[in-house]
Ligand binder design. Sequence first.
Ligand code: ADP
Ligand code: MG
Ligand code: ZN
Length: 708
Amino acid sequence: MNTQQILKQYFGHREYRPGQEAVINNVLDKKDTLVIMPTGGGKSLCYQLPALALPGITIVVSPLISLMKDQVDILRGYGVSAAYLNSSQSSQERSEVEDYARSGKIKLLYVAPERFAADGFVHFLNSLNISLFAVDEAHCISEWGHEFRPEYRQLKILRSWFPTIPIIALTATATAKVREDIVKNLHLNFPLVHISSFNRPNLLYRVEPKKKSKEKILSLIQKHKDESVIIYSFSRNDTEDLALFLKHNGITAAAYHGGMEHERRTRVQEQFRRDEVQVIVATIAFGMGIDKPDVRLVIHESLPKSLEGYFQETGRAGRDGLPAECVLFFSAGDAQGHRYFIDRLANEGERQNASQKLQECLAYGHSGVCRRKLLLSYFGEAYEPNNCELCDNCLEPRESFEASELALKVLSAVVKTGQRFGVTHLCNVLLGKQSDRMEELGHDKLTVFGICKDLKAEYLKNIVQQLVTKKLLAQTESEYPTIYITTEGVHFLKNHTLLQLLVPITRKKKQDEVTIQNEYDEELFEKLRALRSEIAIARNVPAYVIFGNKTLEEMARFYPQTESSLRKISGVGDMKLKEFGARFLAEILSYTQEKNLPEIPYAETVTVNYTGATHDQTRELVTQKLPLETIAKTRGLALNTVVSHIEKLKSTHAELDIDYLKTDHTQEIIEAFKTLNTLQLTPVKNFFSDAYTYEELRIARLFVITGK
Ligand code: ADP
Ligand code: MG
Ligand code: ZN
């Protein structure tokens, strides 16, 4: 069987994701490989597919016991024989697995790193016919990484024991230092280093001011009804508080942190995986054990420690490639809590490092630049497009204004109060807030007292922070940081140059409405989802082990009615077809027969692509007022893909003029949507007894949605 066949037959994927093929070919050539791909990028396939193509067994080192079981469950679901060895098993169970491995019947064996320290483990490995070593989460080997695990150091011996067996190391952490450490410690031999783009085109990034955040979080979760959500909080107490608040409001939520007993944590994790708990409220430290593909929303309730961490944590959203949302509730005041811990770090270098990382998080929160661009630049990756179309700053660019006059006032206040006070006092001076302390300090007698009294405190604080980001002011690194003026600031005071700052805004609701249009039949989707849970419960596995959401969505979009068309659906491999095909087909058939719906031919070119460039090209042609068919031809895309682009474009560029797409029928179809009081396509399609194509309906629907 060639690799393409394995890809479809076992894993059910039609095509490789970027980078996978090159990596897999390198592994099959028996060469070492280092793979750096973002979370959700599809690293597992890079060793799982070769494991099937190679003759012997592949040993996978993986740090998390809970994830191991999950991986093995998933593989077994594909019809691949896999097993694991870790400390959760009794020695009896372990020796059974070992015997089984020796019999040559296992293709993939997952092993916890500490196994390598156990007596006789080398001996055991020596008794196997090993084709490949895969070291997952390889950054754990490096002290420079954020998750150093001493046990990983043992893996040095892989090369000395098995000099001829290729090694593939995989991680989502890309810093150069960590990379070097991995190569050095595993003794990788001139490895192919594959670094994927870290862009996650399906993730929407937003920053919200941290005000009334609990209520906002609740409404965000309500918007993501029945969808998995992870919330990161600062402290254990915060997680408990928030989980309780959500529970009181009818949401199934659970806290998850290091202070909880191991068993309870495992239970929460399991409930989350099985969709029995919708929301997990975690401390950052304990996020790593959660590896669910269909998390639709990740919220940071508090400032992250570093952008690297933030990127990893938000990376847990949308691993299945479907749209997901990442929201940071931002308040510069949150830095205080972090500073408390930073101050207590013993090592000066560490202190500086942590402090700088914190500063970068603050800059991210305040910035008006594309969030995607900022995050990627942190990983040394240049993001070229001017507008990513999927972050708050691109969707709703912030205005800037000429702020030199205001900046001069703020800087003088810093100087006149002796550069000894924090943001709050400074703003109180500028706002002219009387208090005993003010009088005591004599600051109410200063000329700067009250010179900004027309502004709001919130607004002014934001300005001060922007001046810090612009490096005209700086903040001491202590628990109660004070503001002082930099050399650049002094220069500015003297020379009165022009200065642009962003207009601080308290964001309104608008962005909550940014959602991506569903392109599938929701009614059928719900039915398939119910069937999936029924099977999952009966088999005692998480739902996504049966089929991922993307697979169900495709079924509900193309209405496959025969085995061969079902097999074309992404995520349907041979094993899945054999095990579940009949039941899902029956469900689809009963639905489509009742409604008299035809199968929709699966166009090979249909790939949902959220990157800006392709949409930009379509937009260009729409502004030229070209007919849909011409756009499709020019772009070499299926008609329904072009319509998807237009739907997406309308959600981000409301001003885009599509009136010219109206036909003689459009008005009639619009009326039907309104009469039937629905946005679903099927009822309207039936209403006209199939007289109109889905594309015509979808275009008409856009006018209903935009209210024109
Ligand atoms: P990572 O380990 O890099 O975080 P995973 O290996 O867990 O990511 O893969 C994330 C998701 O992507 C999984 O649901 C997996 O099935 C899916 N996936 C991987 N490769 C492909 C592919 N070639 N086509 C479609 N889906 C894929
Ligand atoms: Mg992984
Ligand atoms: Zn952007």
